[in-house]
Design a protein around this ligand. Structure first.
Ligand SMILES: Cc1cc2nc3c(=O)[nH]c(=O)nc-3n(C[C@H](O)[C@H](O)[C@H](O)COP(=O)(O)O)c2cc1C
Ligand SMILES: CCCCC(=O)C(=O)O
Length: 398
């Protein structure tokens, strides 16, 4: 039975081959940041007001001028189409049906055009990685523009791919290599295997025809991206991107106040406060702990989106109370896709919606605009968090 997002993760773990589940679920190196992302929510408890009329809770909001029915968006995730066939199209449809946004990753399986044709561009953002080949980078932006995508989100926390040791152990490659382990893994997850047979052999769909993917046979994500992504990108390149993209521009992966101020000086419309779900630099602080410093640095001059570890409606309410305008979820929509395809993603968004509404009612603040730091108490000693860390550390050592 599925009553919350953790149930979707359990489902996904059963449904997906081990190597694919681990690619989705895992983080960098010791996975400290990945664990910290969850545990940081336990540092905050609520201050609830009583006897407030909460008969009409309203979680709708606007983001970069667009009306949304909920402050929860779908984060960009490379290789979503490995979790379910045409996974990006399914997730984009679910988001549009539920009045919110889907962000297509540069590293998607379905192409910019295929997703663009499936839903209105107003419910789509495109996430950009800068390739060494600037012609390709420029073409990505032009294609997203031509397909009607509303905003561009430049990810700035991948100057090198984080080291995901689960992927190394599993020998995870794109396309998946046919090995005895992978064959057994697929046989033990037959529903997924049969499901995937209905789709073309998965690859990075935006690069078919460029010669970049055709030459590669079964390459690890880190080898491929380290070869293709440009580690020399600086603030100066932002001007170049700006000159090619006329719509709203966001930076994803800002993790300190200095960079937030620079981003505002460069005129970006939005920032995504994120540690890439603990998949990049291990020992960045928990994403929630990055938020206050950045909110204070931005002083309302750009819209702030938060991601990292959101698994409950109450997590969304806490991030908004700390100054975010909206939140992205990554893994939860991938677990949901693995569990039940498009219907799973819609269910995931519904679960969060109901949890957000109930939290707003119980704390006596029926609208998002009424959320600020006075809705929270800082837990001096988050005992559950300490205990959780001990338990997780113990599990890790096994
Ligand atoms: C499987 C997977 C693939 C991802 N691929 C990308 C990507 O291509 N581009 C990007 O900017 N972020 C990527 N991310 C990071 C997410 O956009 C997001 O920051 C992160 O998942 C948020 O944490 P959460 O999973 O705890 O919600 C990926 C995350 C996952 C789990
Ligand atoms: C699949 C290409 C890399 C996607 C990414 O950014 C991530 O896995 O976190």
């Amino acid at each position: 039975m599925i009553v919350n997002l953790e149930d979707l993760r359990r489902h996904a773990r059963r449904r997906l081959p081990r190597a694919i589940f681990d690619f989705v679920d895992g983080g960098a190196e010791d996975e400290y940041t990945l664990r910290a992302n969850r545990l940081s929510f336990e540092k905050y408890a609520f201050r609830a007001r009583a006897l407030v009329d909460v008969s009409q809770c309203d979680q709708s909001t606007t983001l970069l001028g667009k009306q949304l029915s909920t402050p929860v968006l779908l984060a960009p995730a490379g290789l979503t189409g490995l979790v379910a066939p045409r996974g990006e199209v399914l997730a984009a449809r679910a988001a549009a049906n539920k009045g919110t946004l889907f962000t297509l990753s540069t590293m998607s399986v379905c192409s910019i055009e295929e997703v663009g044709a499936a839903v209105p561009g107003s419910s789509l953002w495109f996430q950009l990685y800068v390739w060494k080949d600037r012609g390709i980078t420029r073409a990505l932006m032009e294609r997203a523009k031509a397909a009607g995508y509303h905003a561009l989100c430049l990810t700035v926390d991948v100057p090198a791919m984080g080291r995901r040791e689960r992927d190394s152990r599993n020998g995870f490659t794109v396309p998946p290599r046919i090995t005895l382990f992978n064959l057994l893994d697929a046989l033990m997850h037959l529903r997924w295997g049969l499901w995937m047979l209905s789709a073309p052999r998965p690859t990075f769909g935006n690069f078919v025809g460029t010669g970049k993917v055709e030459k590669e046979d079964a390459i690890s994500v880190a080898s491929f991206t380290n070869k293709q992504f440009d580690p020399s990108v600086t603030w100066a390149d932002l001007e170049w991107i700006r000159s090619l993209w006329s719509g709203p521009l966001l930076l994803k992966g800002i993790s300190c106040g200095e960079d937030a101020r620079l981003a505002v000086q460069h005129g970006v419309e939005g920032l995504i406060v994120s540690n890439h779900g603990g998949r990049q630099l291990d020992f960045l602080p928990a994403a929630l702990d990055l938020l206050p410093e950045i909110v204070d640095a931005v002083e309302g001059r750009a819209e702030i989106i938060f991601d990292g570890g959101i698994r409950r409606g109450s997590d969304v309410v806490k991030a908004i109370a700390l100054g975010a305008r909206a939140c992205m979820v990554g893994r939860p929509f991938l677990y949901a896709l693995a569990s039940q395809g498009q219907a799973g993603v819609e269910l995931m968004l519904d679960l969060l919606r109901v949890e957000i509404d109930r939290t707003l009612a119980l704390i006596g603040r029926p609208r998002l605009s009424q959320l600020d730091r006075s809705a929270l108490r800082f837990e001096e000693r988050p005992r559950a968090a300490e205990k959780g860390l001990e338990l997780l550390a113990a599990n890790h050592m096994k």
